[in-house]
Design a protein around this ligand. Structure first.
Ligand code: NAP
Length: 243
């Protein structure tokens, strides 16, 4: 029986991923900065046959990720986790000339420090058991997107991080891959004005916005034994948006 941590699990892609993994028989530790993550975990548990717990964590804060990891192991009576989905994310969009140092810091901290912090917590356990799956959430914005200098920089950084870890950790049978979602229907994208939404959707060859489940399905594959020969890969799930 595998155990997975999903960050940013209270909403959107993280929530859908938690449901999907729990339905595959994986024990899921849902981490999120939102306070009612425990309730969300109960909801997910009731939809599956797996054990699901929810704990508050601020992935951008080292001590918070350490306490989160230690608490999760204690509650479940285990000494490591097998799967980590580094999914927590925020946007603080602004044109670069108007972007504040705070907007820059917040986005870099949640995405880059967050990915570093959580990965550091789990890595020794994965090495010890010679098995691990790490999925990092990048974005099609890594290629550059107006108003997202902070987010694009973070998401491009995640790609470099993923490829380096894949090189370093392959010998321990740990795979590290990054996902590049396109335009997915979650609270993060619901704030996009209707006019802009339409312009983006018109550019998607499949003609529709993606669902959180579209991304969760790919994550479920990547953490499975069937995906054991994929590492360092950057996998797009965009409906063709980036073509
Ligand atoms: P979402 O619905 O906003 O979910 C993100 C979750 O992460 C929220 O519950 C959020 O809490 C939480 N979070 C924020 N800061 C955190 C922190 N410091 N520690 C722990 N949790 C934190 O967004 P989503 O669309 O599902 O996005 C999930 C991931 O996919 C993100 O990394 C995002 O960048 C990436 N992505 C999304 C899209 C898309 O089209 N939706 C496209 C490409 C990539 P709050 O609500 O309180 O902030």
């Amino acid at each position: 029986m595998r155990t997975a941590i999903v960050t940013g699990a209270g909403s959107g892609i993280g929530y859908a991923t938690s449901v999907k993994l729990a339905n595959k028989g994986i024990t899921v530790i849902m981490g999120d900065i939102i306070k009612d993550i425990g309730e969300k975990a109960k909801e997910v548990e009731s939809l599956s046959k797996s054990k699901v717990i929810g704990l508050t964590v601020d992935v951008s804060d080292w001590n918070s990720t350490k306490e989160f990891y230690e608490e999760a192991l204690k509650i479940l009576g285990i000494d490591h986790v097998d799967i980590l989905v580094n999914n927590a994310g925020i946007i603080r969009d602004a044109l670069f000339v108007k972007m504040t140092p705070e907007q820059w810091d917040q986005v870099i901290k949640v995405h880059l420090y967050g990915t570093f912090n959580m990965t550091k917590q789990v890595i020794e356990g994965m090495i010890k058991y010679n098995w691990g799956r790490i999925i990092n959430m990048s974005s099609a914005s890594w290629m550059g997107n107006i108003g997202q200098a902070n987010y694009s920089a973070a998401k491009a950084g995640i790609i470099g991080f993923t490829k380096t870890l894949a090189r370093e950790l392959g010998k321990y049978n740990i795979t590290v891959n990054a996902l590049v979602p396109g335009f997915i229907d979650t609270p993060m994208t619901r704030s996009v004005p209707e006019k802009i939404r339409k312009i983006i959707i018109d550019r998607i060859p499949l003609g529709k916005i993606g669902s959180p489940e579209d991304v969760a399905n790919l994550i479920a594959f990547l953490v499975s034994d069937e995906a054991s020969y994929l590492t360092g890969d950057i996998i797009e799930v965009t409906g063709g948006l980036t073509l």
